[in-house]
Design a protein around this ligand. Sequence first.
Ligand code: UDP
Ligand code: MG
Length: 319
Amino acid sequence: MPTLDLSIVIPIYNEEANIPTLYQRLRGVVEPMGVSCEYIFVNDGSRDRSLALIHELAARHANVRYIDFSRNFGHQIAVTAGLDLSQGAAVVIIDADLQDPPELIVPLYQKLREGYEVVYAKRRRRQGESAMKLFTAKLFYRILARITSISIPVDTGDFRIISRKVVEALKQMPEQNKFLRGQISWIGYRQTYVEYDRAERAGGETGYTYRKMMRLALDGITAFSDVPLKAATLMGFVVSGIAFLVLLYTLYARFIAHDYQPGWPSLMVSILFLGGVQLISVGLIGEYIARLSTNVRRRPLYIISDTNIPVTISPEALT
Ligand code: UDP
Ligand code: MG
């Protein structure tokens, strides 16, 4: 049974500009709540002074824990490591850049105490984000909602509070390509949300390149939907059907109407089009196979180079 009320998991990638303010604000929020709390900073291979700052905090405050990765493993893996080593009865996942307001932890925690197992923070508005990011994010969440069988809430990130039950369930999910918000929806139980306005990044810059965003989006889709695979097949049928009709028309024009021309344009178009569809289909299959193969390899998700968390958890819980 957990002896601690709350764990706060904070993934860190080059956040030297935000760590001191973040910690101050978190403490300012958590202390009046009168709960016992640990702060777990997961340093995901930062190249700046983040680790030094975290060490400093850990030296001064007994409830600051850190996990230092051997390299950059990515945001979702960093959060996973934090969850794996957390001990609280409830766990908050929060970004380090203060885009997720720490003040929201109070209503999140309250809702959890009302009997929910998951309370996520839903963005009402997002400030200071490029139009491109807003558009791609919106598009992604809508597509995901359409093609997956579970309902992943739209316009939410990983900022949320989850109960110990949910953390233990997450630990049992073996996938290597983590998409935590999807996995948490899949787990079920009573879930609800609290709305907030998302602020700009306080300092530093985003660690989420378009490449990382694209990978997260594909992980989300391939982990929770077979629709793209099936769409490839469907597209193949539709295109073949059209090709068959064109074939009939060509035969008709050649032998009955005798109205035909050396038609290389149509030839080129159909060859290119078919080639395109085939490439799309093969590519989609490749996406799934790539994920299959990473799961078959069963490598550890991350390598910890240093931590001040005593490992009280049984080793098999960590695999
Ligand atoms: N982050 C991480 N590893 C990465 C990229 C980001 O741990 O490879 C952390 C980052 O420090 C922050 C959180 O994940 O606490 C969200 O990242 P970011 O703010 O850069 O993403 P955005 O808000 O732009 O989507
Ligand atoms: Mg951010």
